[in-house]
Design a protein around this ligand. Sequence first.
Ligand code: ATP
Length: 360
Amino acid sequence: GRAMAVLTSGGDAQGMNAAVRAVTRMGIYVGAKVYLIHEGYQGLVDGGDNIKLANWHSVTNIIQLGGTVIGSARCKAFMTREGRVSAAFNLVKKGITNLCVCGGDGSLTGANIFRNEWKCISETRRRITDTMAKKHYNLNIVGLVGSIDNDFCGTDMTIGADSALHRIMEIIDAIMTTAQSCMQLLLCINCPFILCYNFRYLALVSALASGADWVFIPEAPPQEGWEDNMCSRTSGGSRMNIIIVAEGAIDRNGKPISSNYIKDLVQKRLGYDTRVTVLGHVQRGGIPSAFDRILSSILGVEAVIALMEATPETPACVIGLSANQAVRLPLVECVEMTKLVQTAMNEKRFDEAIKLRGGS
Ligand code: ATP
């Protein structure tokens, strides 16, 4: 029969468990053998106990859990051909010809490289071992985008972004009580990774969702004179203000706007007790939102159908959400487009980044 495996890779994102559950159960439902690969690509490279045959109950009671129960990892070995040969060997040994990878753009890039090499890898391995099944030359790959940053071209939402947004709102609501009575509140939305790109989605939508007074994102530098504007408005109305600063925020001259700069400004001009809260890894914590659970379930089911329908000629695909529908997108193009957007963002070519990201 057909066999498939699922793994989670890169930074964990809420909803990954729901994706693993959906892939597992849908796989079993269509009559496939399903394996859970623990610890991401590391587990695939190491093999052994990391690759476990699943049954219906292997994924019971995980949909509501944060993180990923099968573990995730950043794996250096998989970046090397030797590591990928070992990974291929471990799959072929078990007759696994379908792989679902849930991770960010790095993980999906790796999956695509792996797939392109698959044929020569498995042939090479066949020459040096007799135990290898002879037929398994084809590897079907499907990707699910798990990333809190909503930073992937082709899908309206990535798995985990909505839960991260909920978490940020909870934090804002929690500190609001204190802020209302005595101080200004300044939030610095820091992405947990050094390179932070895209629309600074979380900063922007959490500003909307929490009724922030100001939000600074790199793509939309504030009007000249924003400092005066901010301080005059702040002093006129209610004294409680939420200001959200995304990493990489700049003014019209390209000068960085940091949360500490705004803090000093507000303190000096208005004499307010102002606090900066830096959101780091807490954005990742907590339980997955209803949306992420449902999103992952819908995408996971479509992933299995895509794997079952794949032929050797079918290019690797990513399952995305478009206009509330699960859609299959060419993995290579989505990854390439995502990289172009990242580069444009990093080089501060925001208009181009917005245009590139455009219709997706
Ligand atoms: P996040 O959005 O959380 O950063 P990611 O999937 O982009 O997730 P990465 O650290 O970039 O995270 O990639 C995760 C793993 O995927 C790497 O540790 C590596 O094992 C594999 N990987 C990434 N890029 C490649 C590549 N070019 N070739 C082979 N494997 C890769």
